[in-house]
Ligand binder design. Sequence first.
Ligand SMILES: [Zn+2]
Length: 83
Amino acid sequence: MKVLEKGKWDMPWTAEVICTEKQCGAKLLVEEGDVCVVDYSSKNDFKVTCMVCGTTVYMSGKDIPLRVTRPLDQKRKYSSSDY
Ligand SMILES: [Zn+2]
């Protein structure tokens, strides 16, 4: 197969996230390598760790490009009770 036009798959992605810890509230610039999956979650959940206070900040997978979430999803652990 040949790629005629690359489209936007490889576009760099970052997101601004506000830390959900009330006593912190840091504004964070999340990069692709910062995103982790939430294991054993039945939802399409992802998380980042606030580098100021260490709180886990949850993000919805629909806010993150498939290019970033797909390899992470392949490593996601699922709870056996989800069937
Ligand atoms: Zn924080």
